[in-house]
Design a binder for this molecule. Structure first.
Ligand SMILES: *Cc1c(COP(=O)(O)O)cnc(C)c1O
Length: 345
């Protein structure tokens, strides 16, 4: 049976070019700072995001945790969206490991947090209060329909942070998707932030790894936090090599994933029994709701899986589908056929 795996863009596996680069990678002990391939990847990441330096880490979760640990001390407060990945999907690592106090503010459906609500959440100086140290923005915003957050908003958030002496971190797991969807240089999005993390292992199809980017002094601190988390890797050039291919070969094709996601969304919008907000579909993530009676999301997801179509139920009435490198337009047509069939029963 044909399989169309739309659970996440993390299911992508390395391209032949990546495997070749991995086999041929020059390596060294990266904890001693001696792996030339890791260094090249970090320099490339810094250049693309317009930061002084970068650090290769094992995952997006580790990247975000390293950044929280570098920006904040124990008991310091971090302002972030109530739908943010850090708050929702990282096992409470902020509290459990970093000792950071998370202050959530509601996200808008398009992933932004109203600037006024961020400003209201910033603590005045008072012995009763924790100190606000960090504002976290997510771009694209995973749980908010993969929305890309535009440069003018990022700029406003940066200005607000500066006014209050607070730092900004961007959880940019899919920041290159945001740049592609908005048709801007990624630096326009990262400019206002003190740190940004992004994933190589999602739409960019590398097997492992994320990058943390920031100033030289920030990265100097981040290296120590990575080490204390057990994230110092030795001959990591073997995986970094795939990351370099990801950054040179895969960024330019993300618009294809967005077009396929759009095709899927428009198809679903025409199927009675499904509800889709097309205005929110701008990148490679589609959220939709089955609204047919007696058809909860998990039941539909199981029926799809029986037909080789894999998606995730993220709520009783919410399903997520994500397009990526291995999905072609005819896969989308197949999914639309299956969905039509299941809902006409
Ligand atoms: C996937 C993701 C992460 C975490 O990345 P992992 O590599 O899975 O740890 C962080 N933030 C966002 C927005 C993500 O989508």
């Amino acid at each position: 049976m044909r399989t169309v795996d739309l659970r996440s863009d993390t299911v992508t596996s390395p391209t032949p070019e990546m495997r070749k680069a991995m086999a041929e990678a020059k390596t060294g002990d990266d904890v001693f700072g001696e792996d030339p391939t890791v260094r090249r990847l970090e320099e490339k990441a810094a250049e693309l995001t317009g930061k002084e330096n970068a650090l290769f880490v094992a995952s997006g979760t580790m990247a975000n945790l390293v950044c929280q640990l570098t920006h904040c001390g124990r008991g310091d407060e971090m302002i972030l969206g109530d739908q943010s990945h850090i708050f929702y999907y990282e096992q409470g690592g902020s509290s459990a490991l970093a000792g950071v106090h998370p202050r959530t503010v509601p996200n808008l459906p398009d992933g932004r947090i109203p600037i006024e609500s961020i400003e209201l959440a910033i603590r005045p100086k008072d012995i009763h209060f924790p100190k606000t140290r960090l504002i976290v923005l997510e771009n694209t915003h995973n749980r908010c329909s993969g929305s890309p957050i535009p440069p003018d908003y990022m700029e406003k958030a940066g200005t607000l942070a500066q006014k209050h002496g607070v730092s900004v971190h961007i959880d940019g797991a899919r920041i290159f998707n945001a740049a592609a969807a908005l048709e801007v240089d990624v630096k326009k999005l990262t400019g206002p932030a003190d740190s940004v993390s992004f994933c190589l292992s999602k739409g960019l199809a590398a097997p492992v790894g994320s990058l943390v980017c920031g100033s030289d002094s920030f990265i100097e601190g981040a290296v120590r936090q990575r080490k204390i988390l057990g994230g110092g890797m030795r001959q990591a050039g073997v995986i970094a090599a795939a990351g370099l291919v990801a950054l040179t070969e895969m960024v330019g094709r993300l618009a294809d994933d967005h077009a396929n996601c759009r095709r899927l969304a428009e198809g679903f919008a025409n199927i009675p029994g499904l509800s889709v907000n097309l205005d929110l579909v701008k990148t490679n993530i589609l959220f939709f709701d089955p609204i047919k009676e007696n058809l909860p999301a998990d039941v539909l997801v199981n029926a799809l899986a029986d037909n080789g179509v894999r998606m995730l139920a993220l709520g009783p009435k919410t399903i997520r589908a994500v397009t990526h490198y291995h999905i072609q337009p005819d896969d989308i047509d197949y999914v639309l056929n299956v969905m039509n069939r299941l809902l006409s029963k």
